[in-house]
Design a binder for this molecule. Sequence first.
Ligand code: SAH
Length: 217
Amino acid sequence: MMAQYTRADERFRMVERQIEARGIRDPRVLMALREIPRHHFIPPPYDRGAYDDCPLPIGNGQTISQPYIVALMTELLRPEPGHNVLEIGGGSGYQAAVLGAIVRHVTTVERIPSVADLAKRNLAALHICNVEVIVGDGTLGYPDSAPFDGVLITAATPEVPKPLIGQLAEGGRLVAPVGGREIQELVVLENRNGRVTESFHGGVRFVPLIGEHGWEN
Ligand code: SAH
């Protein structure tokens, strides 16, 4: 008889083989990746590969990030339960849901209205109530809910949009893929005592951030 694997089995195996095996150690991040059902955030037929080691299409030419990249960026943000977090580039809502499993409140901004609707439906179906989806140009940030303990940009930007740096709380961290349209480097900014410090964390590949402080189109 063939063994029956559930999607939860696949997800736990994903965390062990793709996430822990590559050195992600933050217990909050590992817990959130085990908890959030990634397959709910991927439209058929691609949802079948939800626990594979790769990004997948979600429609409108956009993608859901590779699980390891979600884990790495979440760990670099150093999220804590009391935090107020902003995500730019909501996509279908997976990264926002992962953050929402750890922190108090998440605002995610998505440029394409139909993609934002998909995120809203996915989050509502899972009864995730601490993640708010906003349609708009995330390169302007979201002043209504600022300041933020963490800002995560999940689209490729030529430089970190200035308004987002201005919306960081004291001690706040910002994680972003910065570079060209094809390849970028993960950059972490930290705002402490009126100074912003920068560190670099390896190459990544994201779809472009399109907006006033990003790419033109
Ligand atoms: N965070 C997603 C990945 C989304 S892909 C996940 O969890 O899988 C990047 C998303 O950024 C796309 O949906 C794209 O439409 C969006 N985007 C691009 N430019 C944007 C902008 N200026 N403001 C908000 N969203 C933007």
